[in-house]
Design a protein around this ligand. Structure first.
Ligand code: DHB
Ligand code: FE
Length: 281
């Protein structure tokens, strides 16, 4: 059976891609952000996952307001980047793992999750930035299974439902008949709001509580409604649901996780940026 080795959470911002492209990692503005990543990169180089299941939210690229699945799973052999254009100008296609995609899709449908199956899927910075941050050199060494969760257009799935989805994805990975090693990634958040009267809103206290909860009390965030979470984290901070799905998936591997590393830095662009590395204990 496949091995679920651990999970990582990271923020995604298109401007990170621009900074990578321009080589600004040591620039005073960017340094505290990029300095967070080497421990995560070293851990990944050590455990060498073959595949990554990546929970992310599309930003109106592949899905627009006219057709918005609550949950969508990629089942494509390759995924092409087609971001808004302020990130890395060109990125080679990312490899998919069809076998794990269908394992996840079959398990989710079996467990009554209504998902959209995507045999073609364009990916944006939410998918590509974590991969470039965790594997900065050369081609991405892992295959991916993108799992997209709607945080763009109401109604959004509740935190409890996202947690249940994550658990089911974790169970699918655990029961996958394969000798591959799998890691899970949650891409989004932490608190930020890009528009409206509260543009620039950041909630350091809530972010800290949320980061703590991921280690020892993973269901903590499920007590809040979507409206409460938007109030506490911002209209885009709600992307932290991706981290919750990642953490829920890990419960399939073991009841406990070990926090190997974390970073938190305010702000990059409009976002409170976070990073966490959790190993299945
Ligand atoms: C920013 C943050 C995001 O989550 C995103 O998807 C795009 C931009 C920002 O802070 O600039
Ligand atoms: Fe985003």
């Amino acid at each position: 059976m496949a091995k679920l080795v651990g999970g990582l959470g990271t923020s995604h911002i298109p401007a990170i891609g621009g900074a990578i492209h321009k080589g600004l990692q040591q620039d005073p503005y960017w340094k505290p952000f990029f300095d967070g990543y080497p421990p995560a990169q070293r851990w990944l180089a050590e455990v060498k996952p073959d595949v990554v299941v990546l929970f992310y939210n599309d930003h109106g690229l592949n899905f627009f307001l006219d057709k918005m699945p609550t949950f969508a799973v990629g089942a494509a052999p390759v995924y092409n980047n087609a971001d808004e254009g302020w990130g890395i100008p060109t990125l080679p296609p990312f490899r998919g793992d069809l076998d794990l995609s269908w394992q996840v899709i079959n398990t989710l449908v079996d467990q009554s999750f209504d998902i959209t199956t995507c045999q073609e899927l364009l990916i944006d910075h939410a998918c590509t930035m974590p991969l470039k941050l965790f594997w900065p050199q050369g081609d991405c060494p892992v295959a991916i299974v993108p799992v997209c969760i709607n945080t763009v257009q109401f109604p959004l799935p509740s935190a409890a439902r996202v947690y249940a989805l994550g658990r089911a994805v974790g169970a699918a990975i655990k029961s996958w008949d394969s000798d591959k090693k799998v890691a899970v990634i949650g891409s989004g958040g932490l608190s930020h709001q890009l528009d409206g009267a509260r543009a620039g809103f950041i909630n350091k206290e809530f972010d800290a509580q949320f980061l703590d909860s991921l280690v020892s009390n993973p269901e903590w965030a499920t007590q809040f409604s979507i409206y409460e979470l938007v109030e506490k984290t911002g209209t885009q901070g709600i992307e932290l649901l991706m981290w919750l799905a990642m953490r829920a998936a890990l419960t399939a591997a073991s009841p406990c996780v070990r926090k190997l590393h974390s970073n938190y830095y305010i702000p990059i662009s409009n976002t409170a940026t976070g990073l966490i590395v959790l190993e299945a204990a």
